[in-house]
Design a protein around this ligand. Sequence first.
Ligand code: HEM
Length: 449
Amino acid sequence: MAQAVATLQRPPGKPTAFIGGNLLHYRRNPLGYLMDNARQYGDMVRLMFGPYYVYQVNHPDDVRDVLLTHADKFHKSVVYKRLLSQYLGNGLLISDGDYWKRQRRLAQPAFHTKRINIYAETMVDYTQRLLATWQPGATRNIADDMMQLTLHIVAKTLFDADVSSVSHQVGEALEVLLISVIGESNFLIRMPDWLPTPFRMRKKWSIETLHTIVDDVIRARRATGEDKGDLLSMLLLARDDDGAQMTDEQVRDETLTIFLAGHETTANAMTWTFYLLSQHPQVEAALHAELAQVLNGRAPTLDDLPRLPYTEMVLKESMRLYPPAWSFGRMPIEPVTIGGYTIPKYDTVLIIPYVIHRDARWFPKPETFDPERFNADNEKNIPKYAYLPFGGGARVCIGNSFAMMEAKLILATIAQHYRLTLKAGQRVEPEPLVTLRPKYGMQMQLARR
Ligand code: HEM
Protein backbone atom coordinates (compact mmCIF):
# COMPACT_ATOMS: atom_id res chain seq x y z
CA MET A 1 0.00 0.00 0.00
CA ALA A 2 1.04 3.57 -0.60
CA GLN A 3 1.51 4.41 3.10
CA ALA A 4 3.93 1.58 3.92
CA VAL A 5 7.46 2.51 5.03
CA ALA A 6 10.02 2.29 2.23
CA THR A 7 12.06 -0.88 2.29
CA LEU A 8 14.83 -2.28 0.17
CA GLN A 9 13.22 -5.70 0.25
CA ARG A 10 11.38 -6.80 -2.85
CA PRO A 11 7.62 -7.35 -2.67
CA PRO A 12 6.26 -10.88 -2.38
CA GLY A 13 5.67 -13.00 -5.47
CA LYS A 14 5.41 -16.55 -6.73
CA PRO A 15 8.45 -18.79 -6.38
CA THR A 16 10.69 -18.73 -9.44
CA ALA A 17 12.13 -21.55 -11.51
CA PHE A 18 15.89 -21.83 -11.89
CA ILE A 19 15.78 -20.75 -15.53
CA GLY A 20 13.19 -18.33 -16.85
CA GLY A 21 11.91 -17.13 -13.48
CA ASN A 22 8.10 -16.96 -13.66
CA LEU A 23 7.94 -16.83 -17.45
CA LEU A 24 6.96 -20.41 -18.10
CA HIS A 25 3.86 -20.27 -15.93
CA TYR A 26 3.06 -16.71 -16.91
CA ARG A 27 2.99 -17.52 -20.62
CA ARG A 28 0.50 -20.35 -20.21
CA ASN A 29 -2.19 -17.93 -19.10
CA PRO A 30 -0.95 -14.35 -18.61
CA LEU A 31 -4.26 -12.82 -17.50
CA GLY A 32 -5.06 -15.62 -15.04
CA TYR A 33 -1.52 -15.49 -13.71
CA LEU A 34 -1.59 -11.75 -13.07
CA MET A 35 -5.08 -11.88 -11.51
CA ASP A 36 -3.90 -14.63 -9.24
CA ASN A 37 -0.84 -12.60 -8.25
CA ALA A 38 -3.04 -9.73 -7.10
CA ARG A 39 -5.34 -12.06 -5.14
CA GLN A 40 -2.49 -13.91 -3.51
CA TYR A 41 0.12 -11.20 -2.88
CA GLY A 42 -1.81 -7.92 -2.76
CA ASP A 43 -0.93 -4.47 -3.98
CA MET A 44 2.72 -4.88 -4.96
CA VAL A 45 3.89 -8.13 -6.50
CA ARG A 46 7.33 -9.20 -7.66
CA LEU A 47 7.75 -11.24 -10.83
CA MET A 48 10.86 -12.46 -12.57
CA PHE A 49 10.92 -12.59 -16.35
CA GLY A 50 14.14 -14.48 -16.94
CA PRO A 51 16.79 -12.55 -15.00
CA TYR A 52 14.72 -9.33 -14.97
CA TYR A 53 12.72 -8.04 -12.02
CA VAL A 54 9.20 -6.86 -12.78
CA TYR A 55 6.83 -5.15 -10.32
CA GLN A 56 3.10 -5.55 -10.70
CA VAL A 57 1.45 -2.43 -9.23
CA ASN A 58 -2.17 -3.09 -8.22
CA HIS A 59 -3.25 -0.25 -5.94
CA PRO A 60 -4.67 2.95 -7.54
CA ASP A 61 -2.62 5.18 -5.17
CA ASP A 62 0.56 3.45 -6.26
CA VAL A 63 -0.49 3.67 -9.91
CA ARG A 64 -0.94 7.43 -9.39
CA ASP A 65 2.57 7.61 -7.95
CA VAL A 66 3.99 5.93 -11.08
CA LEU A 67 1.97 7.85 -13.67
CA LEU A 68 1.70 11.23 -11.99
CA THR A 69 3.63 11.91 -8.77
CA HIS A 70 6.93 10.41 -9.90
CA ALA A 71 6.28 10.45 -13.65
CA ASP A 72 9.59 12.23 -14.33
CA LYS A 73 11.50 9.32 -12.78
CA PHE A 74 10.11 6.85 -15.31
CA HIS A 75 10.70 6.10 -18.96
CA LYS A 76 8.74 3.78 -21.22
CA SER A 77 9.67 0.14 -20.81
CA VAL A 78 12.80 -0.70 -22.70
CA VAL A 79 11.47 -3.94 -24.23
CA TYR A 80 8.64 -2.27 -26.16
CA LYS A 81 10.90 0.60 -27.10
CA ARG A 82 13.37 -1.77 -28.70
CA LEU A 83 10.68 -3.73 -30.52
CA LEU A 84 8.56 -0.82 -31.71
CA SER A 85 11.28 1.66 -32.59
CA GLN A 86 12.03 -0.16 -35.85
CA TYR A 87 8.55 0.84 -37.00
CA LEU A 88 7.70 3.93 -35.04
CA GLY A 89 11.15 5.51 -34.81
CA ASN A 90 10.93 7.89 -31.90
CA GLY A 91 7.15 8.43 -32.04
CA LEU A 92 5.04 9.60 -29.09
CA LEU A 93 4.25 6.14 -27.77
CA ILE A 94 7.89 5.29 -27.10
CA SER A 95 9.82 8.55 -26.86
CA ASP A 96 10.81 9.99 -23.49
CA GLY A 97 12.14 13.06 -21.68
CA ASP A 98 12.40 16.47 -23.35
CA TYR A 99 12.03 15.02 -26.83
CA TRP A 100 8.68 13.44 -25.90
CA LYS A 101 7.55 16.71 -24.23
CA ARG A 102 8.24 18.72 -27.38
CA GLN A 103 6.56 16.21 -29.70
CA ARG A 104 3.52 15.96 -27.43
CA ARG A 105 3.25 19.76 -27.37
CA LEU A 106 3.41 19.88 -31.16
CA ALA A 107 0.91 17.06 -31.67
CA GLN A 108 -1.59 18.14 -28.99
CA PRO A 109 -3.43 20.81 -31.06
CA ALA A 110 -4.30 18.13 -33.65
CA PHE A 111 -6.38 16.42 -30.94
CA HIS A 112 -8.10 19.54 -29.68
CA THR A 113 -11.86 19.01 -29.30
CA LYS A 114 -12.66 21.64 -31.95
CA ARG A 115 -10.35 19.92 -34.39
CA ILE A 116 -11.55 16.37 -33.86
CA ASN A 117 -15.22 17.32 -33.82
CA ILE A 118 -15.10 17.72 -37.58
CA TYR A 119 -14.33 14.00 -37.89
CA ALA A 120 -17.74 12.96 -36.54
CA GLU A 121 -19.31 12.87 -39.98
CA THR A 122 -16.49 10.73 -41.38
CA MET A 123 -16.90 8.27 -38.53
CA VAL A 124 -20.63 7.86 -39.18
CA ASP A 125 -20.16 7.83 -42.95
CA TYR A 126 -17.60 4.99 -42.84
CA THR A 127 -19.77 3.01 -40.42
CA GLN A 128 -22.68 3.34 -42.82
CA ARG A 129 -20.48 2.15 -45.69
CA LEU A 130 -19.73 -0.95 -43.64
CA LEU A 131 -23.42 -1.48 -42.94
CA ALA A 132 -24.12 -1.30 -46.66
CA THR A 133 -22.07 -4.49 -47.06
CA TRP A 134 -23.97 -6.35 -44.32
CA GLN A 135 -26.89 -8.66 -45.07
CA PRO A 136 -29.49 -9.51 -42.43
CA GLY A 137 -29.05 -13.14 -41.39
CA ALA A 138 -25.39 -13.21 -42.44
CA THR A 139 -22.60 -14.19 -40.08
CA ARG A 140 -19.57 -11.90 -39.92
CA ASN A 141 -16.32 -11.86 -38.05
CA ILE A 142 -17.01 -8.66 -36.17
CA ALA A 143 -13.41 -8.44 -34.98
CA ASP A 144 -12.26 -8.16 -38.63
CA ASP A 145 -15.03 -5.74 -39.55
CA MET A 146 -14.18 -3.44 -36.67
CA MET A 147 -10.47 -3.57 -37.48
CA GLN A 148 -11.16 -2.53 -41.11
CA LEU A 149 -13.61 0.15 -40.06
CA THR A 150 -11.32 1.83 -37.55
CA LEU A 151 -8.40 1.57 -39.97
CA HIS A 152 -10.42 3.38 -42.63
CA ILE A 153 -11.52 6.02 -40.16
CA VAL A 154 -8.05 6.75 -38.87
CA ALA A 155 -6.64 6.80 -42.42
CA LYS A 156 -9.28 9.26 -43.59
CA THR A 157 -9.00 11.54 -40.56
CA LEU A 158 -5.21 11.35 -40.51
CA PHE A 159 -4.45 11.70 -44.21
CA ASP A 160 -7.76 12.84 -45.64
CA ALA A 161 -7.05 9.93 -47.93
CA ASP A 162 -9.46 7.30 -49.03
CA VAL A 163 -6.85 4.67 -48.56
CA SER A 164 -9.11 1.73 -49.32
CA SER A 165 -6.71 0.94 -52.14
CA VAL A 166 -3.76 0.66 -49.78
CA SER A 167 -5.56 -0.01 -46.51
CA HIS A 168 -5.40 -3.74 -47.10
CA GLN A 169 -1.62 -3.50 -47.34
CA VAL A 170 -1.42 -1.18 -44.36
CA GLY A 171 -3.64 -3.52 -42.34
CA GLU A 172 -1.50 -6.51 -43.27
CA ALA A 173 1.73 -4.66 -42.50
CA LEU A 174 0.42 -3.55 -39.11
CA GLU A 175 -0.64 -7.12 -38.36
CA VAL A 176 2.90 -8.32 -39.11
CA LEU A 177 4.20 -5.57 -36.87
CA LEU A 178 2.05 -6.72 -33.95
CA ILE A 179 2.94 -10.36 -34.45
CA SER A 180 6.62 -9.48 -34.64
CA VAL A 181 6.46 -7.45 -31.44
CA ILE A 182 4.84 -10.33 -29.60
CA GLY A 183 7.07 -12.93 -31.24
CA GLU A 184 10.26 -11.09 -30.38
CA SER A 185 9.19 -10.22 -26.87
CA ASN A 186 8.73 -13.95 -26.24
CA PHE A 187 12.40 -14.63 -26.81
CA LEU A 188 14.79 -13.80 -24.03
CA ILE A 189 17.78 -14.43 -26.24
CA ARG A 190 17.81 -12.43 -29.45
CA MET A 191 18.74 -14.06 -32.74
CA PRO A 192 21.59 -12.19 -34.43
CA ASP A 193 20.23 -9.31 -36.51
CA TRP A 194 21.86 -10.48 -39.76
CA LEU A 195 20.01 -13.81 -39.76
CA PRO A 196 17.43 -13.60 -42.61
CA THR A 197 14.67 -15.77 -41.09
CA PRO A 198 11.29 -15.84 -42.94
CA PHE A 199 9.88 -13.95 -39.98
CA ARG A 200 12.51 -11.23 -40.35
CA MET A 201 11.86 -11.00 -44.10
CA ARG A 202 8.13 -10.42 -43.46
CA LYS A 203 9.00 -7.85 -40.87
CA LYS A 204 11.34 -6.06 -43.24
CA TRP A 205 8.59 -6.04 -45.85
CA SER A 206 6.09 -4.58 -43.41
CA ILE A 207 8.45 -1.83 -42.22
CA GLU A 208 9.25 -0.85 -45.81
CA THR A 209 5.59 -0.94 -46.83
CA LEU A 210 4.48 1.31 -43.99
CA HIS A 211 7.34 3.74 -44.47
CA THR A 212 6.84 4.00 -48.24
CA ILE A 213 3.11 4.66 -47.97
CA VAL A 214 3.49 7.30 -45.30
CA ASP A 215 6.55 8.95 -46.87
CA ASP A 216 4.69 9.31 -50.18
CA VAL A 217 1.75 11.00 -48.51
CA ILE A 218 4.00 13.36 -46.56
CA ARG A 219 6.03 14.29 -49.63
CA ALA A 220 2.90 15.02 -51.66
CA ARG A 221 1.40 17.12 -48.89
CA ARG A 222 4.58 19.10 -48.26
CA ALA A 223 4.75 19.86 -51.97
CA THR A 224 1.33 21.56 -51.96
CA GLY A 225 1.63 23.05 -48.45
CA GLU A 226 -2.16 22.85 -48.29
CA ASP A 227 -3.99 22.64 -44.94
CA LYS A 228 -6.50 19.90 -45.53
CA GLY A 229 -7.80 20.10 -41.99
CA ASP A 230 -6.67 16.60 -41.11
CA LEU A 231 -4.23 15.35 -38.47
CA LEU A 232 -1.37 15.20 -40.95
CA SER A 233 -1.75 18.87 -41.87
CA MET A 234 -1.73 19.73 -38.19
CA LEU A 235 1.47 17.78 -37.66
CA LEU A 236 3.13 19.33 -40.70
CA LEU A 237 2.12 22.86 -39.79
CA ALA A 238 2.81 22.66 -36.04
CA ARG A 239 5.51 25.05 -34.87
CA ASP A 240 7.48 25.22 -31.66
CA ASP A 241 7.95 28.48 -29.70
CA ASP A 242 11.16 29.10 -31.65
CA GLY A 243 9.35 28.48 -34.94
CA ALA A 244 10.89 25.06 -35.56
CA GLN A 245 8.77 22.44 -37.32
CA MET A 246 8.91 18.65 -37.29
CA THR A 247 11.14 17.05 -39.89
CA ASP A 248 9.57 14.63 -42.39
CA GLU A 249 11.00 11.75 -40.42
CA GLN A 250 9.46 12.99 -37.20
CA VAL A 251 6.10 13.45 -38.91
CA ARG A 252 6.38 9.91 -40.25
CA ASP A 253 7.11 8.54 -36.77
CA GLU A 254 4.11 10.33 -35.28
CA THR A 255 1.84 9.41 -38.17
CA LEU A 256 2.64 5.72 -37.93
CA THR A 257 2.30 5.86 -34.17
CA ILE A 258 -1.17 7.36 -34.43
CA PHE A 259 -2.06 4.88 -37.18
CA LEU A 260 -1.12 1.98 -34.93
CA ALA A 261 -2.34 3.32 -31.59
CA GLY A 262 -5.49 4.73 -33.14
CA HIS A 263 -7.20 1.78 -34.77
CA GLU A 264 -6.42 -1.54 -33.13
CA THR A 265 -7.45 -0.31 -29.66
CA THR A 266 -10.78 1.16 -30.74
CA ALA A 267 -11.55 -1.90 -32.89
CA ASN A 268 -11.09 -4.19 -29.91
CA ALA A 269 -13.22 -1.96 -27.69
CA MET A 270 -16.05 -2.24 -30.24
CA THR A 271 -15.76 -5.99 -30.68
CA TRP A 272 -15.89 -6.64 -26.93
CA THR A 273 -18.84 -4.27 -26.61
CA PHE A 274 -20.87 -6.14 -29.22
CA TYR A 275 -19.98 -9.42 -27.54
CA LEU A 276 -21.05 -8.15 -24.09
CA LEU A 277 -24.30 -6.73 -25.47
CA SER A 278 -25.11 -10.10 -27.04
CA GLN A 279 -24.76 -11.71 -23.59
CA HIS A 280 -26.83 -9.11 -21.72
CA PRO A 281 -30.23 -8.57 -23.38
CA GLN A 282 -31.42 -6.14 -20.69
CA VAL A 283 -28.50 -3.83 -21.25
CA GLU A 284 -28.98 -4.17 -24.98
CA ALA A 285 -32.67 -3.27 -24.63
CA ALA A 286 -31.81 -0.18 -22.55
CA LEU A 287 -29.30 0.89 -25.18
CA HIS A 288 -31.83 0.44 -27.97
CA ALA A 289 -34.38 2.45 -25.99
CA GLU A 290 -31.97 5.38 -25.63
CA LEU A 291 -31.05 5.30 -29.32
CA ALA A 292 -34.71 5.16 -30.37
CA GLN A 293 -35.67 8.03 -28.10
CA VAL A 294 -32.81 10.34 -29.04
CA LEU A 295 -32.27 9.49 -32.69
CA ASN A 296 -35.58 8.09 -33.81
CA GLY A 297 -34.02 6.23 -36.72
CA ARG A 298 -31.74 8.98 -38.08
CA ALA A 299 -27.94 8.82 -38.15
CA PRO A 300 -26.21 10.19 -35.04
CA THR A 301 -24.33 13.49 -35.19
CA LEU A 302 -21.83 15.19 -32.94
CA ASP A 303 -24.62 17.18 -31.28
CA ASP A 304 -26.41 14.00 -30.25
CA LEU A 305 -23.48 12.69 -28.21
CA PRO A 306 -24.23 14.52 -24.93
CA ARG A 307 -27.75 13.09 -25.11
CA LEU A 308 -26.52 9.48 -25.32
CA PRO A 309 -25.24 8.91 -21.76
CA TYR A 310 -26.20 5.23 -21.63
CA THR A 311 -24.30 4.53 -24.85
CA GLU A 312 -21.23 6.00 -23.16
CA MET A 313 -21.83 3.99 -19.96
CA VAL A 314 -21.97 0.76 -21.98
CA LEU A 315 -18.65 1.54 -23.63
CA LYS A 316 -16.97 2.50 -20.38
CA GLU A 317 -18.13 -0.70 -18.68
CA SER A 318 -17.01 -2.74 -21.68
CA MET A 319 -13.53 -1.19 -21.46
CA ARG A 320 -13.49 -1.95 -17.75
CA LEU A 321 -13.87 -5.68 -18.35
CA TYR A 322 -11.86 -5.75 -21.57
CA PRO A 323 -9.46 -2.80 -21.56
CA PRO A 324 -7.90 -2.78 -25.07
CA ALA A 325 -4.60 -1.49 -23.60
CA TRP A 326 -4.72 -4.25 -21.02
CA SER A 327 -1.24 -3.54 -19.61
CA PHE A 328 1.56 -1.02 -19.96
CA GLY A 329 5.04 -0.73 -18.58
CA ARG A 330 7.49 1.79 -17.20
CA MET A 331 11.17 1.73 -16.29
CA PRO A 332 12.54 3.88 -13.45
CA ILE A 333 15.60 5.89 -14.49
CA GLU A 334 16.57 6.36 -10.84
CA PRO A 335 15.57 4.43 -7.69
CA VAL A 336 11.99 5.29 -6.79
CA THR A 337 9.74 4.32 -3.90
CA ILE A 338 6.36 2.92 -4.87
CA GLY A 339 3.99 1.22 -2.43
CA GLY A 340 6.64 1.16 0.27
CA TYR A 341 9.23 -0.58 -1.90
CA THR A 342 12.28 1.03 -3.39
CA ILE A 343 12.47 -0.03 -7.02
CA PRO A 344 16.00 0.02 -8.44
CA LYS A 345 16.56 1.85 -11.73
CA TYR A 346 16.05 -0.16 -14.94
CA ASP A 347 13.70 -2.72 -13.38
CA THR A 348 10.25 -2.86 -14.96
CA VAL A 349 6.99 -1.64 -13.46
CA LEU A 350 3.78 -3.10 -14.89
CA ILE A 351 0.39 -1.40 -14.64
CA ILE A 352 -2.35 -3.78 -15.64
CA PRO A 353 -5.77 -2.20 -16.15
CA TYR A 354 -7.24 -5.68 -16.76
CA VAL A 355 -6.37 -6.65 -13.17
CA ILE A 356 -7.07 -3.29 -11.49
CA HIS A 357 -10.47 -3.05 -13.23
CA ARG A 358 -11.46 -6.40 -11.71
CA ASP A 359 -10.62 -5.50 -8.12
CA ALA A 360 -13.72 -5.96 -5.92
CA ARG A 361 -12.61 -3.09 -3.65
CA TRP A 362 -13.39 -0.58 -6.39
CA PHE A 363 -15.84 -2.59 -8.50
CA PRO A 364 -18.17 -4.80 -6.40
CA LYS A 365 -19.03 -8.07 -8.19
CA PRO A 366 -16.23 -7.24 -10.61
CA GLU A 367 -17.03 -9.97 -13.14
CA THR A 368 -20.57 -8.62 -13.68
CA PHE A 369 -21.20 -6.42 -16.72
CA ASP A 370 -23.13 -3.48 -15.30
CA PRO A 371 -23.02 -0.12 -17.11
CA GLU A 372 -24.78 1.51 -14.12
CA ARG A 373 -21.38 1.65 -12.41
CA PHE A 374 -20.74 4.59 -14.69
CA ASN A 375 -23.95 6.56 -14.17
CA ALA A 376 -23.31 10.08 -12.89
CA ASP A 377 -23.97 9.14 -9.24
CA ASN A 378 -21.86 5.99 -9.12
CA GLU A 379 -18.97 7.04 -11.31
CA LYS A 380 -17.78 9.68 -8.88
CA ASN A 381 -17.23 6.99 -6.23
CA ILE A 382 -14.67 5.14 -8.35
CA PRO A 383 -11.21 6.06 -7.01
CA LYS A 384 -8.96 7.91 -9.44
CA TYR A 385 -6.54 5.53 -11.14
CA ALA A 386 -8.76 2.53 -10.38
CA TYR A 387 -10.23 2.93 -13.87
CA LEU A 388 -7.65 3.71 -16.52
CA PRO A 389 -8.43 2.39 -19.99
CA PHE A 390 -6.61 5.41 -21.42
CA GLY A 391 -3.76 5.44 -18.91
CA GLY A 392 -3.18 8.54 -16.77
CA GLY A 393 -0.89 11.46 -15.94
CA ALA A 394 0.95 13.45 -18.58
CA ARG A 395 1.17 10.43 -20.88
CA VAL A 396 -2.54 9.76 -20.90
CA CYS A 397 -3.78 8.67 -24.34
CA ILE A 398 -3.67 11.68 -26.65
CA GLY A 399 -6.50 10.14 -28.70
CA ASN A 400 -8.81 9.66 -25.70
CA SER A 401 -11.58 12.04 -26.87
CA PHE A 402 -11.18 10.96 -30.49
CA ALA A 403 -11.63 7.33 -29.44
CA MET A 404 -14.67 7.94 -27.23
CA MET A 405 -16.36 9.99 -29.91
CA GLU A 406 -15.61 7.35 -32.53
CA ALA A 407 -16.78 4.47 -30.32
CA LYS A 408 -20.06 6.21 -29.44
CA LEU A 409 -20.83 7.08 -33.04
CA ILE A 410 -20.02 3.57 -34.30
CA LEU A 411 -22.09 1.92 -31.58
CA ALA A 412 -25.04 4.27 -32.06
CA THR A 413 -24.99 3.82 -35.85
CA ILE A 414 -24.76 0.02 -35.81
CA ALA A 415 -27.02 -0.74 -32.83
CA GLN A 416 -29.81 1.31 -34.37
CA HIS A 417 -30.00 -1.07 -37.31
CA TYR A 418 -28.73 -4.42 -36.10
CA ARG A 419 -28.74 -6.80 -33.17
CA LEU A 420 -25.65 -8.99 -33.14
CA THR A 421 -25.86 -12.47 -31.66
CA LEU A 422 -22.93 -14.74 -30.98
CA LYS A 423 -22.64 -17.59 -33.46
CA ALA A 424 -23.27 -20.97 -31.83
CA GLY A 425 -19.99 -22.65 -30.97
CA GLN A 426 -17.93 -19.44 -31.10
CA ARG A 427 -15.21 -19.70 -28.47
CA VAL A 428 -14.58 -16.44 -26.68
CA GLU A 429 -11.30 -15.85 -24.93
CA PRO A 430 -9.29 -12.66 -24.53
CA GLU A 431 -5.78 -12.88 -25.88
CA PRO A 432 -3.38 -10.39 -24.30
CA LEU A 433 -1.16 -9.34 -27.19
CA VAL A 434 -0.15 -5.69 -27.53
CA THR A 435 -3.89 -5.09 -27.18
CA LEU A 436 -6.58 -7.37 -25.79
CA ARG A 437 -8.01 -9.26 -28.72
CA PRO A 438 -10.59 -12.04 -28.98
CA LYS A 439 -8.35 -15.05 -29.56
CA TYR A 440 -10.73 -16.91 -31.87
CA GLY A 441 -12.22 -13.89 -33.62
CA MET A 442 -15.86 -12.96 -33.03
CA GLN A 443 -18.33 -14.56 -35.44
CA MET A 444 -21.70 -12.93 -34.95
CA GLN A 445 -25.02 -13.21 -36.70
CA LEU A 446 -26.73 -10.07 -37.92
CA ALA A 447 -30.42 -9.52 -37.23
CA ARG A 448 -32.16 -6.42 -38.58
CA ARG A 449 -33.90 -4.43 -35.88
C1 HEM B 1 -10.34 2.72 -27.18
C2 HEM B 1 -9.30 3.24 -27.79
C3 HEM B 1 -7.97 3.56 -27.14
C4 HEM B 1 -7.42 3.07 -25.98
C5 HEM B 1 -8.04 2.07 -25.01
C6 HEM B 1 -6.13 3.71 -25.83
C7 HEM B 1 -5.28 3.51 -24.74
C8 HEM B 1 -4.08 4.18 -24.56
C9 HEM B 1 -3.26 4.09 -23.38
C10 HEM B 1 -3.57 3.24 -22.15
C11 HEM B 1 -2.18 4.89 -23.56
C12 HEM B 1 -1.06 5.15 -22.55
C13 HEM B 1 0.00 4.08 -22.61
C14 HEM B 1 1.06 4.28 -21.55
O1 HEM B 1 0.89 5.10 -20.64
O2 HEM B 1 2.09 3.61 -21.64
C15 HEM B 1 -2.29 5.47 -24.88
C16 HEM B 1 -1.37 6.31 -25.46
C17 HEM B 1 -1.48 6.83 -26.73
N1 HEM B 1 -2.56 6.72 -27.57
FE1 HEM B 1 -4.27 5.73 -27.18
N2 HEM B 1 -5.91 4.52 -26.90
C18 HEM B 1 -7.01 4.47 -27.72
C19 HEM B 1 -7.21 5.17 -28.89
C20 HEM B 1 -6.30 6.02 -29.46
C21 HEM B 1 -6.54 6.81 -30.66
C22 HEM B 1 -7.84 6.82 -31.43
C23 HEM B 1 -5.37 7.47 -30.93
C24 HEM B 1 -5.06 8.42 -32.05
C25 HEM B 1 -5.90 8.76 -33.01
C26 HEM B 1 -4.41 7.11 -29.89
C27 HEM B 1 -3.11 7.56 -29.82
C28 HEM B 1 -2.28 7.39 -28.73
C29 HEM B 1 -0.92 7.94 -28.65
C30 HEM B 1 -0.21 8.74 -29.74
C31 HEM B 1 -0.42 7.59 -27.39
C32 HEM B 1 0.92 7.98 -26.80
C33 HEM B 1 0.75 9.27 -26.01
C34 HEM B 1 2.01 9.74 -25.29
O3 HEM B 1 2.74 8.95 -24.72
O4 HEM B 1 2.19 10.96 -25.28
N3 HEM B 1 -5.03 6.25 -29.02
N4 HEM B 1 -3.47 5.03 -25.47
